[in-house]
Design a protein around this ligand. Structure first.
Ligand code: DX5
Ligand code: ZN
Length: 226
């Protein structure tokens, strides 16, 4: 993966919600490529987070694409709401969806980009038939539900496999990773073929501020020789 092409998607799950607009503005100014919004329903994952009104508010304060990671049991019930709120890309999980093809095409019908997400224990092979229909694959590098978890290193060979599948089946499809991405793990995932990196606590949890944190991540990716 060309290091210069690696994109950063700050996850607002780790932001200070009392100053969300300012935090997102900081990220945008520091060169963020997108804003990642984690939606959790307390059922698909054991945590609650935020819904479409947050996307609607963000839409008014940033020009960056907003991607919505739907960690919910029935994504179809929310697609329209998030599309109307102004999300640019909707990320839906493979797990628990018996009709993924239908969900993916519903997103497309709404005029939005669509991505499929796989959890750490889910093999890359499940993507084979759906890959040609999506703009992005998100490989979870932690189990979804919480920020600030440890990166699961056994996901690295899978990232490599997904990169291979993308080159064979859908060149141009984005390969994103999410969970435990920091200055130590960013070069590993970029080296394995990821071109979009989600980072929450490594960006919004850094005591030196958002810009310094993003520069550190970019430097770690650029310096890496792999
Ligand atoms: C986890 C979420 C992630 C989370 C990542 O379920 O999908 O987007 O915000 O947080 P960090 O970067 O702190 O691991
Ligand atoms: Zn996420």
């Amino acid at each position: 993966m060309d290091k210069a092409l690696v994109k950063l998607a700050p996850s607002i799950l780790a932001a200070d919600f009392a100053h969300l607009g300012a935090q997102v503005a900081d990220a945008e100014q520091a060169g963020a490529d997108r804003i990642h919004v984690d939606v959790m329903d307390g059922h698909f994952v054991p945590n609650l987070s935020m819904g479409a009104p947050i996307v609607q508010s963000l839409r008014r304060v940033t020009r960056l694409p907003v991607e919505t990671h739907l960690m919910v049991s029935d994504p179809d019930a929310f697609l329209e709401e998030f599309a109307e709120a102004g999300a640019d890309l909707l990320l839906v999980h493979w797990e628990g969806n018996n009709n993924l093809h239908r969900t993916v095409h519903r997103v497309k019908t709404l005029g939005k980009r669509v991505g499929v997400v796989i959890n750490p224990a889910t093999p890359a092979a499940v993507l084979e038939e759906i890959l040609q229909d999506v703009a992005q694959v998100l490989v979870m590098t932690v189990n979804p539900g919480f920020g600030h978890q440890h990166f699961i290193h056994t996901t690295l060979p899978k990232i490599r496999r997904v990169r291979q599948m993308i080159e064979e089946i859908k060149p141009g499809c984005d390969l994103e990773v999410d969970g435990g991405i920091d200055a130590a793990t960013a070069p590993l995932v970029a080296g394995a073929g990821a071109n979009v990196l989600v980072a929450g606590s490594a960006i919004f949890g850094d005591s030196d501020g958002v810009a310094a944190a993003m520069n550190r991540l970019r430097a770690a990716i650029d310096d890496d020789a792999t």
